[in-house]
Design a protein around this ligand. Structure first.
Ligand code: GLC
Length: 635
């Protein structure tokens, strides 16, 4: 078989002819898309796999998969594809609100999730991320992030047919289904993994396996340890003495994307999920997918090329599907994944971490700086803003940014870790350390929002801080994402330590079972869950009816107060009303002087309480208080 040539026009016919051996390629809609996207896909394939003898063969197989997948694509999903052509920025709307949960913990099963649709509608969700639901090893499976089959749902929660059915029902309720695409690794029980270690032809190179420590030692000179509590370095030893790459747990084996057969196989799994009705794939651990000796093996240029190639395949066969990047890395690297051609959505780990940082220090400067400097995104893409996720909180701010404010990155991270795990004097937080690495001093923090914010410790500011943190995530743009249960102030669940499958992973402290008792109190303002739910619901309602909250555009606002964060969400143009957000992260009331607000007309509106506010007197904000004001610039 010849290699790919540099010019796509000389390969296109051969690729199509070969693909036609495996699939019928006739549909004019598909063929149009194929012709539109083939040149880019071909260029990417050539860059990644130009030296391989199987480049043409694998690219043809990808095209065959894409066509077969398009032929099987349900009509309803094709209609969704059309919608995204007409309204490609649908996910930028002020009506977007995400929720995330574990199917088993939150609702028992997929059937249980279905029963919760009315509640999701009550809350206002338009996006539901179900944590991994695929077949995975018994016992510890990293919460399902060790996938044994992308085509089978864990039988304890349901079946793939039920998932597809659920996607349809969610769509009818205007909720888009989001699932993980765990494409950096599979579990050691995946068919490919078994075949690879057995040396079955075609599978030997699916993973990175070495006969001895020579290559692992060489790689480990430059790669980070991600789960040092589980194993040192990036490799684990197989029973036969060989070594295999495992960035995360020892049972999660990294796929070898230098082999185009791996790309082809994963493109097939991706298209399969797209046809079940998934609308957004959360691209798990994107930074790790390409390895090169002598580098940190994170965020290498090829990782971006692979994402682009996956996108081109999608645009041929499931155009409405979007990618959300999970890159919890340096902020300079986070944004590199966000573009129309790679991930149209991305977690905003910097804003998340700095929200907590501001609450701990009572100093909003780092967060203010991040919003002013690191919030802008390419048009048509969006942040997913969250208060916390199923994972630990890592302090991923840039040391250079902190240094400008006289903050020393290393010692500040130490302080934050101590503060949030309850070791610092006077702390209100009840978090638990995660993956403390004595070699590097690195550590991260786990805990539910309520426990980290002071509710567990009965701190008087606890409820206010939970609302304040969410008010930031809800007002900075993009898709706000709530960890379900946090809206009723669920607390840490320390029972994870007694289950051997979870005992060594403190992230389980913040993944409690559905807090049914707290949900039952959600309408009772005399209770903490009722207060949090009531106040959060009011914010969600206000957000939905505020078009200025659509998109990501944000302009910093200097509140001239050391504890007050400020920003504006612009209106249609510079003269139009806009939303001014002020948030007091301090423990004392904050006075905003009339002069500070004199760029706006005197009569403003609090869009949460719907009451008029006279700016000519200035404002006094309570401790941990905030306002969302519709203001009109002075003409
Ligand atoms: C991502 C997930 C995390 C998991 C890891 C390995 O970071 O969010 O929960 O442990 O990937 O799949």
């Amino acid at each position: 078989m010849p290699r790919l040539s540099a010019d796509s026009t000389s390969d296109i016919q051969e690729v199509l002819d070969l693909a036609r051996r495996d699939a019928t390629i006739y549909d004019p809609v598909f063929l149009n898309r194929f012709h539109a996207h083939f040149p880019t896909l071909h260029r990417l394939f050539f860059t990644l796999y130009g030296e391989r003898d199987d480049g043409v063969e694998q690219l043809s197989a990808v095209i065959a998969e894409a066509s077969a997948s398009w032929n099987a694509r349900p009509l309803e999903l094709r209609a969704r594809d059309d919608r995204s052509d007409v309204d490609p920025e649908w996910f930028q709307s002020e009506r977007m609100l995400g929720g995330v949960c574990y199917v088993d913990r939150y609702a028992g099963s997929l059937a249980g999730i279905r029963e919760k649709i009315p509640y999701f509608q009550e809350l206002g969700l338009s996006y539901l991320h179900l944590m991994p639901i695929f077949e995975s090893p018994e016992g510890n499976s990293d919460g399902g992030y060790a996938v044994s089959s992308y085509r089978r749902v864990d039988p304890r929660v349901g079946t793939m047919a039920e998932l597809a059915h659920l996607a349809t029902e969610l769509r009818a309720a205007d909720i888009s289904l989001v699932v993980d695409f765990i494409f950096n690794h599979t579990s050691n029980e995946h068919d490919w993994a078994r075949k690879a270690i057995a040396g079955e032809p075609g599978f030997e190179d699916f993973y990175l396996i070495y006969p001895d420590r020579t290559m692992p030692d060489a790689y480990e000179q430059t790669v980070r340890e991600i789960f040092p509590d589980d194993h040192p370095g990036a490799f684990v030893q197989l029973d036969d003495g060989r070594w295999i790459w495992a960035t995360f747990y020892h049972f999660q084996w990294d796929l070898n994307y230098a082999n185009p057969a791996v790309f082809r196989a994963m493109a097939g799994e991706m298209l399969f999920l797209a046809n079940q009705g998934v609308e957004i794939l959360r691209m798990d651990a994107v930074a790790f997918i390409w390895k090169r000796l002598g580098t940190p093996c994170e965020s290498l240029p090829e990782a971006h090329l692979l994402l682009r190639a996956f996108n081109e395949v999608l645009r041929m066969a499931a155009p409405c599907l979007l990618f959300k990047s999970e890159a919890i890395v340096h902020p300079d690297e986070v944004v590199e994944y966000i573009s129309l051609e790679e991930c149209q959505l991305s977690y905003n780990p910097l804003q998340m971490a700095l929200t907590w940082e501001a609450l701990a220090t009572r100093d909003p400067r780092l967060l203010q700086q991040a919003l002013e400097r690191r919030h802008a995104l390419p048009s048509g893409t969006s942040w997913v803003n969250y208060v916390r996720s199923h994972d630990d909180i890592g302090w991923t701010f840039a040391d250079e940014d902190a240094a400008e404010l006289g903050i020393h990155g290393y010692s500040h991270r130490r302080f934050l870790n101590d503060f949030f795990v309850g070791r610092a004097p006077g702390t209100f937080a009840r978090g638990v350390p995660f993956q403390e690495n004595p070699k590097t001093g690195d550590a991260r923090v786990t805990g539910t929002t309520a426990s980290l914010a002071g509710i567990e410790a009965d701190d008087a500011g606890g409820v206010d801080r939970v609302i304040l943190a969410h008010s930031i995530a809800l007002s900075t743009g993009g898709v706000p994402l709530i960890y379900l249960g946090d809206e009723v102030a669920q607390l840490n669940d320390y029972s994870y330590v007694v289950d051997p499958a979870t005992a060594d992973d403190s992230r389980w402290v913040h993944r409690p079972a559905n807090p049914a008792d707290r949900y039952a109190q959600r309408d009772d303002p005399a209770t903490v869950p009722g207060q949090v739910y009531g106040r959060l619901s009011a914010l969600i309602r206000a957000r939905r009816s505020t078009p200025e909250f659509a998109g990501n555009e944000l302009i910093g606002f200097d509140a001239h107060h050391p504890a007050v964060l400020g920003y504006q969400r612009p209106g249609a143009d510079a003269a139009s009303p806009c939303i001014l957000v002020l948030a007091n992260v301090g423990d004392d009331p904050a006075r905003i002087e009339p002069m500070t607000l004199s760029g706006f007309q005197g009569d403003a509106e609090d869009i949460v309480t719907k009451s008029p506010v006279d700016l000519t007197d200035g404002m006094t904000m309570p401790a941990h208080g905030f306002v969302w004001l519709r203001v009109t610039p002075v003409g």
